[in-house]
Every structure is written in C-alpha cells, then in structure tokens.
Design a protein around this ligand. Structure first.
Ligand code: ZN
Length: 234
C-alpha cells in the first residue's frame, strides 16, 4: 500500500489492507468525518434527496478508515438500517461519500409475495467497492422505496439477475450472482454509490405515497397498479 498521506490518483490497483493502522496525524478527512458521526451512539441520521452527497460519486474504499474505525462504521450502518427499518443502506445516505453499503433482509412477507418477488431472506453483509453487471436480459418490475426518499414508492424495472463484484469488509474478493429481491437490493445500493437514486430509473407514473401503497397496491405484482395509473411493465 502506498503512503496514506499521498493523494491517490487513477484506479486503485493494490488491494487495501484491513490491518493497516493510520496514526492520528495521517488520519484522512473521511476518517475525521466518520469519527464525528460516531461520536453519538445509536442510529445515524439519514440524509434525504436534495443533499448533494446523494448525487456525487463515492471514493473507492482504500483504507481511508483503519480496521477498527471501519468495523465501528459498519456496525453503525447496520444499527441505522435496522432502526429505519430498511433492507439496505449505503454510506452516502449517512453523509459519507465512500463506496460501502450494507444489506440484510429477513423477508417477513407472506409466501405469495415471497414467491412472486423472489424475496428470499438475505443475511447481513457488507459490500465494499461493489459493481454489478446484468446476467442475461430478463427484467423484473416491482415497487420499491428508499430511506432517503421517505413516504413514497415507485415501480422500477431492474435486471432480474446480476453479477456483483467487489470486496467484503475484510478485503476478501466477492464475485457472486444475485437473483430475485436480493438482486434488486444490491442494484439499489450500488446505484447509491454512483450518485443515483431509484427514482432515476423508476416509472414515474407509478409514484405512490405509502398510504396509497397500503390501501391499494399490496398485490404481489404491480399489474393492477400499472393498469390503474397508466405505466408500462417490461
Ligand atoms: Zn436507497
């Protein structure tokens, strides 16, 4: 690993070392920001659409946080995701422009919904420097929401299956295919790390308040909503 006080340019070529320790004097601005956030216990404040941090590209993780600080940050993301509650949370959603996200979905839904949406339970995991690419051409369209766009949901047609590459929180390489709802979650969270919100990809005519969702659009699939609101499904 190169000297952490030097400015890095270009693509990251060497894997980061989770064991590397930064001394206080070469602590990065991102480490300072995370330390500040973690000064208060409990869930972190989630920033809402309109905050520029949600629209900027993130820095690839390259050891900007030393191993203990990374572990504390990941734990805070986990607590914040659970408290919200949500099935995923990306670092920019707590104001940190780093390429890190967490996901976890206990999938507490009826069987009918689980089958229609492929909503298999997804254990907790940390995505470090994730990227995805489609596997095949199939698309799946369902309502989804975002903790940074509270109160609303919309239908997004996404790749039904994606290959996710990146690392885990220990710096171990990840190369894995996701299908069903977990594929949707990893696309949503990885998009956050590229400054993208789900609304950028949504059928805007499907935009529904949480109240409309619970009163009208609880069906396992969005066909009825598409017919009533006038939007296309793939
Ligand atoms: Zn989101």
């Amino acid at each position: 690993m190169t000297c952490v006080t030097q400015e890095r340019e270009g693509p990251v070529e060497a894997p980061w070392h989770p064991g590397a320790m930064a001394t206080p004097s070469d602590r990065t601005p991102l480490a300072e920001l995370v330390e500040e956030l973690l000064a208060t216990d409990g869930p972190l404040p989630i920033v809402a659409a309109g905050e520029p941090v949600l629209r900027r590209a993130t820095e690839p993780f390259d050891g900007q946080l030393d191993a203990p600080l990374l572990a504390r940050f990941v734990e805070a993301l986990r607590i914040t995701m659970h408290a919200a509650p949500g099935v995923g949370l990306a670092a920019p959603q707590v104001g940190v422009p780093l390429r890190i996200a967490v996901i976890e979905d206990p999938a507490p839904v009826p069987d009918e919904v689980r089958v229609a949406r492929g909503r298999a339970p997804q254990p907790f995991r940390v995505l470090v420097n994730p990227s995805y690419e489609p596997v095949g051409t199939a698309r799946a369209a369902f309502f989804e929401g975002c903790l940074s766009v509270p109160g609303w949901q919309a239908v997004v047609a996404r790749h039904a299956e994606v290959r996710l590459t990146g690392e885990d929180e220990q710096g171990r390489p990840v190369d894995e295919v996701f299908t069903g709802w977990p594929a949707r979650i990893v696309q949503h969270e990885t998009d956050h790390l590229d400054g993208m919100l789900y609304l950028d990809r949504a059928e805007l005519r499907s935009l529904s308040s949480n109240q409309a969702m619970s009163e009208r659009w609880t069906q396992p699939t969005p066909e009825t909503a598409a017919a009533s609101l006038g939007f296309e499904l793939p």
